[in-house]
Design a protein around this ligand. Structure first.
Ligand SMILES: Nc1ncnc2c1ncn2[C@@H]1O[C@H](COP(=O)(O)OP(=O)(O)O)[C@@H](O)[C@H]1O
Ligand SMILES: [Mg+2]
Length: 349
């Protein structure tokens, strides 16, 4: 069987996507799949590479260059004809947010992971908060507003934030990822600057109560029947993981499984299940939480295409739960195919 792997992309997580794709392709080759690579350059141009039938030496081989051919409409039509499953190994905007998923739906192709609405709603920090509250999940207090709100009533929104939230606050664009555009602020001057900065990335903003807590993560796998992994904890070396800390300095260490009381672990797992169901997740997701010293738990976010590098939490959590990476990826392919078949069987006019 053949798998088309889509990777790279225009988001800040371009390089992570290449490392994730390298790891996933290695597992696919180990399971005797053939892989058609499609690389999305930073400028948005899609390039197709030669079919991969053997292990690659390193991830750099996936950075296809000028000599590779552009993906054309004919290629896409061929893809649509062959009905090979697509693995969109893309993180962040235009990859994890339902846009690529919608494109694959239009081509009527099976693909791995969450569908259009789950991807879009999981990515959107404001919509996902509304859904989380619908599912009775504990979350930190926040204020959300648009660029238009801010431009017309800046004072009112500062007062709203300061009236209902305690510094430090976290200011976030609603749709980004990788900490891009996010700031931690301690006073109204910094708050104003941070909002202006976040508005460069999105027209919708969320300002959130800051908390001193550990960050714990749990992996979800499945369509209707769902498996939940053990819980992992990020061992803190800084109080805010910005892009540089996460991906360049590599100051994040993982404790898997997290050393937490069993009732805290069960609550986190139950919340992860509810978060996955309320966004209508299929395939996979990683759900992230804050856990305080007193073991208060708050959901932070759900990631529908989590990092998949050899150091990433998602595969590490499954390894610790007893599913090795090769089986994990095989299962993701099967879940994508099953979801596609179930949709094909729906009544069509
Ligand atoms: N309310 C908060 N309190 C404390 N730390 C936070 C808060 N919100 C975010 N952070 C820190 O910022 C990081 C990035 O924020 P997050 O909401 O996870 O955005 P992203 O989608 O970019 O991963 C988190 O991993 C955490 O370290
Ligand atoms: Mg995060």
């Amino acid at each position: 069987m053949k798998v088309t792997v889509l990777y790279g992309g225009q988001s800040a997580e371009h390089d992570i996507s290449i490392l994730s794709a390298f790891n996933i392709i290695s597992s696919l080759i180990r399971s005797n799949y053939q892989v058609d690579p499609i690389y999305i350059q930073r400028d948005g141009i899609w390039l197709k590479g030669a079919e991969i039938n053997d292990f690659l030496d390193n991830a750099d081989e996936l950075k296809l260059n000028i000599s590779s051919e552009n993906v054309t409409y004919v290629d896409l039509a061929e893809l649509a004809n062959e009905k090979n499953i697509v693995f969109p190994v893309l993180h962040g905007p235009n990859g994890e947010d339902g846009t690529i998923q919608g494109f694959l739906e239009v081509l009527n192709l099976p693909y791995v992971g969450c569908g259009v609405s789950a991807s879009a709603n999981g990515m959107d920090k404001i919509v996902s908060k509304h859904l989380f509250s619908q599912a009775d999940l504990p979350q930190l207090p926040y204020v959300a507003f648009t660029k238009h709100d801010w431009e017309n009533n800046q004072e009112e929104y500062i007062q709203k934030c300061e009236g209902s939230l305690l510094y430090p606050l976290f200011v976030k664009p609603a749709n980004m990822g990788s900490s891009v555009g996010i700031s931690r602020v301690d006073n109204s001057h910094e708050l104003t600057e941070a909002v202006e900065k976040a508005l460069k990335f999105d027209r919708r903003i969320v300002v959130e109560q800051g908390i001193t807590a550990d960050e714990c993560e749990v992996a979800v796998l499945g369509n209707s029947d769902v498996n939940i992994s053990v819980v992992g904890r990020l061992v803190k070396m800084t109080d805010f993981y910005d892009y540089e800390e996460k991906y360049i300095n590599n100051t994040v260490e993982m404790e898997v499984p997290a050393n937490l009381p069993s009732e805290v672990v069960s609550s986190i797992q139950e919340y992860a299940y509810r978060a996955y169901k309320v966004i209508d997740g299929t395939g996979l997701a990683r759900v992230d939480f804050f856990v305080t010293n007193n073991n208060d738990i708050y959901i932070n976010e759900i990631n529908t295409m989590p990092g998949f590098t050899e150091f990433s939490m998602y595969p590490v959590l499954w390894q610790a739960t007893g599913i090795d990476e090769r089986d994990l990826i095989e299962e993701l392919i099967q879940l994508g195919l099953k979801h596609y078949e179930a949709k094909q069987n729906l009544w069509q006019e």
